[in-house]
Design a protein around this ligand. Structure first.
Ligand code: APR
Ligand code: ZN
Length: 249
């Protein structure tokens, strides 16, 4: 693996417009479970799709109960070596843009400026009414759910409130995806860190970046569907590999 890590270090040193694309695998070392790894969340529970959430109060309660169960993991999570290495890349002017599928905001907590992070799947900070668009902090809704067992309705119109984290079947934030798409087509290096690359449209980005001429490098514990088109695949721990490549502890 040493040879691959020194290749990655050289590519990162030469990059002018790198896109750093991260998935749940960069946050497992911070105590947040991934979704499809050996202990992945979706191996144990079925996600609530957007259509189910919209249609059913029972599904909304199940979604809130899952958030209530996982919220302490997110609250306790701190950036790990992988996040620190990404932040060092951006600070050194190497990482043009961090495009993350994660909703944990650990890249920002590690020091990446908010304007250099694109959250493809939103985040857990706020919730919005699906009927009138009013927005409110999600933590307050979750606390009311913990007290009452009921999902609070919109205070303005009585409509359905939903957290900004994107569910299956829910459209991605259009401006976020457009920004990520543009950066991917212009990238000279597209680095995937800890993603199974199994969810679309996010997984389109490395594909199109490679087609547009970027070097594609994938660091992931398990094989991904895009390994065969990548110029560099490192089967290892994100924090160790990137930390070694950049000399970040
Ligand atoms: N180092 C390297 N790879 C790791 C590590 C680690 N420390 N920990 C886990 N992995 C790998 C797993 O083996 C897995 O292949 O990271 C990958 C994470 O894949 P997923 O769990 O599918 O997560 P992700 O690709 O981010 O999922 C995309 O799916 O459920 C939706 O919206 C959710 O954003 C998520 C999207
Ligand atoms: Zn409303």
């Amino acid at each position: 693996m040493e040879r691959e890590i020194s290749t990655l270090a050289a590519w990162l040193g030469a990059a002018r417009r790198a896109v750093i694309f991260t998935g749940a695998g960069i946050s497992t070392a911070s105590g947040i479970p991934d979704f499809r790894g050996p202990q992945g969340l979706w191996r144990r529970i079925a996600p609530v799709t957007f259509a189910e959430y919209r249609a059913s109060a029972v599904a909304r309660r199940r979604a809130f109960a899952l958030h209530a169960q996982l919220a302490p993991l997110w609250a306790d999570a701190r950036p790990n070596r992988g996040h620190r290495a990404v932040a060092a890349l951006v600070a050194a002017g190497k990482g043009h843009l961090v495009v993350t599928q994660n909703v944990d905001r650990l890249h920002q907590a590690a020091g990446v400026p908010d304007e250099r992070v694109v959250e493809l799947h939103g985040n857990l900070e706020r919730a919005r009414c699906l009927d009138c668009g009013v927005r409110t902090p999600f933590a307050a809704l979750l606390e009311r759910f913990r007290q009452s067992g009921e999902v609070p309705a919109c205070g303005a119109c009585g409509g359905v409130m939903k957290v900004d984290a994107v569910s299956f079947g829910e459209p991605l934030p259009a401006d976020a995806f457009a920004r990520a798409w543009e950066a991917s087509l212009a990238a000279d290096l597209f680095l995937v860190l800890g993603s199974s690359l199994s969810v679309y449209p996010a997984a389109e980005l490395p594909l199109w970046a490679a087609r547009a001429g970027a070097r594609l490098a994938i660091v992931n514990r398990e094989p991904t569907p895009l390994d065969e088109i990548a110029q560099l695949v490192i089967r290892g721990d994100v924090g160790e590999v990137l930390g070694c490549a950049l000399g970040v502890a």
